[in-house]
Design a protein around this ligand. Structure first.
Ligand code: FEO
Ligand code: CA
Ligand code: CA
Ligand code: CA
Length: 698
C-alpha cells in the first residue's frame, strides 16, 4: 500500500453539509455505489431478493444491520490470501441486529410478537444475524460481489462454534448442547470487529444479553450467580428479543429455540441452558479463507458487551495487543496481550495462528488517572484485588474472564462513557477509543443497567450538554474520543498516557438554555458546521492515507442532521492543552446529583475546517457503521445500517409512511434492488470511489 508521510496529509475535498433528507450524500468528486444489501443472494441457487417479506433462505443471503467490515485481499487466481491485492478480496462484515427493521423482513411484520412465535419466522431472524463473507472483484474500476464464489459464507446465530481458551470446558460453559463446555451455537449482535495480522476476522458480540429469556421464577440461583446475572442485566422476568424461546419446533428434539431460555429447569447445567448466556459476549475468530472451518470463541479476551478488537502494530519478536471497548454506560476499556511474540511467518496462519496468539495471554482493564497517566490492571488470579474481592469470590481464571466486568470492578478500572470502537494509528501506534455518550454520567446515586452511575472524572469530564428545550438531557450526550499512548510505544506496557482527542458537540448552542461562555465550553474542540457531530461510534485508520475515519450513531442531533462519516487528520498525543470543563449547575438542588462540578482534563488540539471534515451523510434512520478500504486506498467501503428503523409496523402496508426507501429510491446512489420509490429500506454496503481514481479523502 502507498504510505504517505503524515505531514503531507491533506483533506482534499469540500465538507458535506448536514442533511435530513432520505438520501446518501458523499463529497463532490466521489461516487457511492451499493454493492451488498440485506437479502442479497450469495448463492446462484438462491433467488434474487424480492424485498416484500416473502424471501427465505437467509443462511445464503446478506443478513441485516450491516456493521463492522474488513477487507481481506486475495490473489488474482482467487485461491489464497494476498493482503495487498486491491482488485480481488473477501469482505467480512457483521450483521448486528434486526431491531426496527424486522418490520420489513416479514410480509406484515412479526407474527404474534408478544406470544408464541412461528418457527419459520424465528429461523429467518436467527439467520439474519451473524457475519457475511463475500468475494468481491474489481472490473472497470468498480467492485462487485461475485455471487458464484466458493468463499461466500454466512455465519449466523445458528452456526456451531468452538469455545477456545481458558473457559473451554469450564463448568460455566457447560450446557445441554455441549455438556463438556467445548461448543456453543451461534454468534449474536456482532457489532465492531477486527482483523488479525494472520489474516482472520475477529467478530465481537455486543448486546447478546438482550436475546435471552429468564423466567420470573428463576430466583433459586446462588448469590454468586445472582451477582453475575445482575452485572449483565439478565434479570428474572427478561423476555428476550423476538421471543425465540417460545417457538414450538416441528422437530420435538430440537433445542434450537429452548436454548434462548436461561431459566434453570433441569438437574444441573448439563441438562438445561442455564449457562447459555456464558457462551456469548466474546470475540469470535473466523477464517474467511476456510469456508468449512468452525469459528472459535476466544475466551482469553474476556466476556462483556464486546465492541471491536483492534490489534497493535505488529512488531516481530514482541507480543501483540488487542484494544477493546465494552459498550455500556459506566463500563471499561480493555486490552489483551498475547503471550506469544509475533512471528511474521504466521502472516497466513489462519485459526491455528489464532490458537497461538489468542488462547494464551493476559487481559487488562484501563484506569485513567487525573494527571493524564494510566494503568493497565491485570485481570487474573495473580491480582490480589481480584482474589480478595469481597462481593464475588472468583473460582479461577475462567470465572474472571466470564465475569470480566466484575473483575474490572475489583481491580479498580475507570468507568467510561460507553466505550465503542478502538482504532490503532498505524503510523505511531497510538490508540483512539470512542466514548459514544453517557446521559447518566454524573447522575450519582442512581444506576444504569444495575451499574451505579459514576461521578465525573478527568477522562469522562462532561455532565451538562446542549439540547434544544430538553431540560432532562444531562450527562455526556454528544460523546468524545480518548487517545492513548503506551509507555515506550510498547503495546505490552502496563502504563500509558492519555488525552481527549475530540469532544463531540453541536456547532451552535440552542437558544434559551446556553449562555455564551458555556457554549464556548461545550464546544471544546472548536467544531463548525463543516464537522460538528454527536455520538462518535466507529473509528478506523486508513493505512493508505493515515486518515482517521469517524462515524456516528446518533439520536440526539438527528433533529438537525442524519448520521455521518467524517475524516480527521489525527495529530498525535500531547498536541493540545490542559483545560477545565465547566459543568454548568443545573439549578435544581437535587442532593443526589453531586457531579456537576468543574473537571480539569487534557485535550488534543482544536479541530479546524481543514483538519476535520464531514465526508458523507446517511439516509433517514440510518447509522453509519463499518468502514474499510482496498489496500491502495482507492475504494472505501462503508456500511449503512438500518435506514428506516423508526417505521411503525402498523405502516407496513403504506409505503408512503416508511421512514426510508433507500437504497431502492436511488437517492445518492444508483437505485438498488426492486421497489423503487416504494421500496422497503435495506442496510447496505457502499463502495466509494473518487471520480479521478485518486486516494479517498486526500
Ligand atoms: Fe452496536 Fe455499541 O454499537
Ligand atoms: Ca447499531
Ligand atoms: Ca457501534
Ligand atoms: Ca452505538
Amino acid at each position: 500500500a502507498e504510505q504517505l508521510p503524515a505531514a503531507s496529509l491533506k483533506l482534499g475535498f469540500n465538507a458535506v453539509p448536514k442533511d435530513l433528507a432520505d438520501r446518501l450524500v458523499v463529497a463532490d468528486g466521489y461516487t457511492a455505489t451499493v454493492i451488498y444489501a440485506t437479502g442479497d443472494s450469495i448463492d446462484p441457487a438462491v433467488t434474487d431478493y424480492a424485498n416484500n417479506g416473502t424471501d427465505a433462505s437467509f443462511a445464503r443471503r446478506a443478513g441485516d444491520h450491516h456493521d463492522a467490515i474488513e477487507y481481506f485481499g486475495m490473489n488474482a487466481a482467487g485461491t489464497a490470501r494476498d493482503p495487498l491485492n486491491a482488485d480481488r478480496a473477501l469482505l467480512a462484515m457483521n450483521h448486528e441486529n434486526i431491531a426496527g427493521t424486522v418490520v420489513f423482513m416479514h410480509a406484515n411484520g412479526q407474527t404474534n410478537p408478544a406470544g408464541v412465535r412461528p418457527e419459520a419466522e424465528a429461523i429467518k431472524e436467527l439467520e439474519a444475524h451473524g457475519v457475511s463473507i463475500v468475494e468481491i472483484q474489481k472490473a472497470g474500476g468498480r467492485f462487485a460481489v461475485n455471487k458464484n464464489s466458493a468463499f461466500n459464507r454466512r455465519v449466523t446465530a445458528r452456526t456451531t462454534m468452538e469455545i477456545n481458551g481458558p473457559v473451554r470446558g469450564d463448568v460455566l460453559a457447560r450446557t445441554l448442547f455441549s455438556p463438556t463446555g467445548t461448543q456453543t451455537r451461534g454468534t449474536i449482535n456482532n457489532c465492531a470487529a477486527g482483523q488479525t495480522p494472520w489474516g482472520t476476522y475477529l467478530t465481537c458480540e455486543e448486546n447478546w444479553a438482550g436475546y435471552f429469556r429468564r423466567a420470573a421464577s428463576d430466583t433459586g440461583r446462588t448469590a454468586k450467580e445472582t451477582t453475575a446475572f445482575r452485572r449483565v442485566g439478565l434479570l428474572p422476568g427478561a423476555n428476550g428479543n423476538n421471543r425465540w424461546f417460545t417457538v414450538v419446533p416441528a422437530d420435538p428434539t430440537s433445542t434450537e429455540f429452548s436454548r434462548w431460555d436461561v431459566t434453570a429447569t433441569g438437574a444441573d447445567e448439563t441438562t438445561d441452558f442455564r449457562n447459555a448466556h456464558n457462551t456469548f459476549g466474546w470475540a469470535v475468530e473466523i477464517d474467511p479463507f476456510a469456508p468449512a472451518s468452525v469459528p472459535r470463541k476466544r475466551t482469553a479476551l474476556g466476556r462483556f458487551a464486546h465492541e471491536g478488537a483492534s490489534c497493535s502494530v505488529p512488531v516481530a519478536g514482541k507480543p501483540l495487543a488487542f484494544y477493546m471497548g465494552d459498550d455500556s454506560r459506566g463500563e471499561y476499556v480493555y486490552k489483551f496481550v498475547s503471550q506469544s511474540a509475533w512471528d511474521p511467518a504466521d502472516v497466513a496462519g489462519g485459526l491455528a495462528a489464532g490458537d497461538k496468539y489468542l488462547d494464551t495471554g493476559t487481559l487488562y482493564a484501563a484506569r485513567f488517572n487525573a494527571d493524564g497517566t494510566g494503568t493497565w490492571l491485570k485481570l487474573d488470579m495473580s491480582n490480589a484485588a481480584i482474589t480478595g474481592y469481597a462481593p464475588y469470590a472468583f473460582a479461577n481464571l475462567a470465572d474472571v474472564l466470564v465475569n470480566a466486568r466484575i473483575a474490572a470492578d475489583a481491580a479498580g478500572a475507570t468507568k467510561m462513557d460507553r466505550p465503542e470502537w478502538a482504532a490503532v494509528n498505524p503510523r505511531n501506534g497510538e490508540v483512539y477509543v470512542t466514548m459514544t455518550e453517557n446521559p447518566d454520567r454524573g447522575n450519582v446515586g442512581s444506576s444504569s443497567n444495575n451499574n451505579p452511575n459514576p461521578p465525573l472524572d478527568a477522562a469522562n469530564p462532561r455532565y451538562w450538554l446542549d439540547k434544544k428545550g430538553a431540560a432532562n438531557q444531562k450527562g455526556n450526550v454528544n460523546g468524545h474520543i480518548v487517545r492513548l499512548r503506551e509507555t515506550g510505544n510498547d503495546p505490552s506496557s502496563s502504563t500509558f498516557d492519555w488525552d481527549i482527542f475530540l469532544f463531540g458537540a453541536q456547532a451552535h448552542a440552542d437558544a434559551g438554555i446556553d449562555d455564551v461562555n458555556w457554549q464556548a465550553n461545550v464546544n471544546l474542540s472548536g467544531l463548525s458546521d463543516f464537522n460538528d457531530l454527536s455520538k462518535p461510534d466507529g473509528c478506523w485508520f486508513s493505512r493508505a492515507t493515515g486518515i482517521l475515519w469517524i462515524e456516528t450513531d446518533d439520536n440526539t442531533y438527528t433533529d438537525v442532521t442524519n448520521c455521518m462519516l467524517l475524516a480527521a487528520i489525527p495529530g498525535q498525543y500531547g498536541d493540545g492543552a490542559t483545560v477545565t470543563v465547566v459543568n454548568k449547575p443545573d439549578g435544581s438542588p437535587n442532593a443526589a446529583v453531586v457531579a456537576n462540578v468543574d473537571v480539569t482534563t487534557r485535550m488534543g488540539r482544536k479541530m479546524s475546517d481543514t483538519t476535520f471534515k464531514r465526508f458523507l451523510t446517511a439516509p433517514k434512520g440510518a447509522e453509519v457503521t463499518g468502514v474499510t478500504e482496498s489496500p491502495d486506498g482507492r475504494a472505501l467501503f462503508v456500511n449503512i445500517q438500518h435506514p428506516g428503523e423508526n417505521t411503525a409496523v402498523a405502516n407496513i402496508g403504506t409505503p408512503a409512511l416508511y421512514e426510508s426507501h433507500w437504497p431502492g429510491n436511488g437517492a445518492g446512489v444508483a437505485a438498488y434492488g426492486p421497489g423503487g420509490a416504494n421500496a422497503r429500506p435495506r442496510s447496505s454496503t457502499i463502495m466509494i470511489t473518487r471520480n479521478d481514481g485518486g486516494l479517498i479523502g486526500t
